[in-house]
Each structure stands twice: as structure tokens, then as C-alpha cells.
Design a protein around this ligand. Sequence first.
Ligand SMILES: Nc1ncnc2c1ncn2[C@@H]1O[C@H](COP(=O)(O)OP(=O)(O)OP(=O)(O)O)[C@@H](O)[C@H]1O
Ligand SMILES: [Mg+2]
Length: 308
Amino acid sequence: MREQQRTTDQLIQELDALRQRVVDLERAEVERQQAMEERSRLLRELKQANERLFQAGIRERELTEEAERRAAEAEQALRLREEFLSVAAHELKTPLTSLKGHAELAMRRLERQDMRDPDQLRHTLEVIDRQVDRLANLVAQLLDISRLESGELRPGRREIDLVPLTRRIVQAMQSGTARHTVTLSAPESLKARVDPLRIEEVLYNLLDNAIRYSPKGGPVQVELGAPEKGLVRIAVRDHGIGVPPAQREHLFDRFFQASRRPAGGLGLGLYVARRIVELHGGQIWAEFPEDGGSRFVVTLPAGTVKEE
Ligand SMILES: Nc1ncnc2c1ncn2[C@@H]1O[C@H](COP(=O)(O)OP(=O)(O)OP(=O)(O)O)[C@@H](O)[C@H]1O
Ligand SMILES: [Mg+2]
């Protein structure tokens, strides 16, 4: 009997122990699962941290590249400005020196009462007059640039006839050169909605280039037309030195000169022309015909189109 009681007690104890082990095992299993979850959470975090680190690396590289790019741009702008200042100073100084020389010459003649040859005095005064024009042009160009940059240059558009305006400029440019033949081919009338003074300036710049970059002379042809409804077109064609292909894309950039200044100038004419044409909602581009020279084309809104 006692023996049996002991066996029962023992069995109960063993059963308890077993139950306890099951509980322990279950707890261990729960803990294991929690540990696994924790592990995969940590792994996820590690992956995210890695990803962030990677992104930060990329971003840092991007920032460095951006900073380097900006520094290079600033340096380039600075260099351009310095170059421009020295070109501008030179361009202003040349006519000033000539003005001063000729004015002194005229004064000396007057003092010596050396007026026997009025043609000589006329020639001196003509040179002075030309140099004053040149200076005035340079100053006007510089003013234009600063107005363009500050957004102050707003075209006052109205409907005008482009034909007489163009004819006037063609005649004025022809009177300044004996070696070139400047011709105009145009319809009887061509209405455009533009700022006449600004468009005169564009035409002047294009014709000035056509003449200046045709040092051997020859024909310069201006053509007015209406290629499509709502548009007018001005084309200036020369048979001069043309522009090497590698330089063509920069023609309308500020201060750009394709060849190192054999002809003078600031490298602003085409830039100003482009800005003016764009302010009118038009387009300007250059073409280089097979048989040499250049053709600059401007399109502008026609007179019949209402202003925006
Ligand atoms: N018709 C042309 N034929 C050949 N090259 C041209 C012609 N027009 C312009 N170029 C080239 O483009 C450059 C830029 O022209 P742009 O009119 O802007 O300046 P520029 O004539 O040098 O000086 P600026 O017009 O300020 O007096 C010129 O220096 C020249 O090299
Ligand atoms: Mg020019």
C-alpha cells in the first residue's frame, strides 16, 4: 500500500516535472520566436541603415559635384567678366585716342590759322564724327546689356511697316561702305507688331556683322517676307568669312567672338539681337549656305496677331 502511494507520488512528481518542462519549453519557444523576430527586425534596420548610408554617400557626392560645378561656373563668369572689361576698355580707348588726336590736330591748325585746305579740316571733323558715333554705339550697347540683364528692357510693341524701316537702315549701312553692295528685296509692305527702335537695332547689328565679316566686300542681301500666316521673316545674307562649325553654337552667347577680334567689337551684337527678338516672341538663328558666307534669319509676330 505504502509502496503504491510512493509510486503515485513519484508519478505525480514526474508528471509535474514534465508539465513544468513543457511550460519551460513553450516559454523557450516563445522567447526563441521573439528573438527571431528581434533578429529579423534588427536585420531590417541594418539594411535600412545601410541604404541610408549609401544614399547619404550618393547625396554627398552629388553635393560635392554640384559645389564643384558652381565654383567652375563662378570662375568662368569671373574670367568672362574680366575679359569683357579689358575688351570694353580697349574698345572705348581706341576711338577716344583717335578723337583726342584729331581734335588736337584741328586745334593746332586753327591756332596756326592753317586753313588753306578746308578739305583737310573736313576730313578731321569727319573722323571725329565717326569716332563719336562709334563711342555712342558702344555706350548704347553697354546700356542695353545692363537693361537686358535687369529685365528693364521691355519692348513697346505696335504695328508698323517693316519695309520703310528696313530700307532706311539698308541705305544708311550702304553709305558707310564702298566695297559692299547692300540690297533689299521686300514686298510693298510688311506689317509687324514690334518695337521699331529695337528692331532697328537688331537689323543694325546683323548688317554691321555682315559688312564687318565680309572684309573683301561683296553683296549683302536683306530679304523681307512672310513665310507663314502670323509670321514675318527678316534674312541677312553675306558672302564673307562665315563661321567654323565648332563655333556656331556659341554665336548668340554674351561676349562671344568667333575669331579673336580682327574686327573689333564687344561680342554683344548677336546676344542683344537674340534677347530683343525673344522678348518679341520671335526667333533668330544662323544658316551657313554651301557656297560660303552666312545667313542670319529672324522671325517675328506679324502685325495681324493680337498682343498677348
Ligand atoms: N555675318 C557674320 N559672318 C561671320 N562671322 C560672324 C557674323 N556675325 C557674327 N559673326 C561672329 O560672331 C561673333 C559674335 O558676333 P556679335 O555681333 O555678337 O559680336 P561682335 O560683332 O564681335 O561685336 P559687337 O557686335 O558687340 O560689336 C563675331 O565676333 C564673329 O566672330
Ligand atoms: Mg556684331
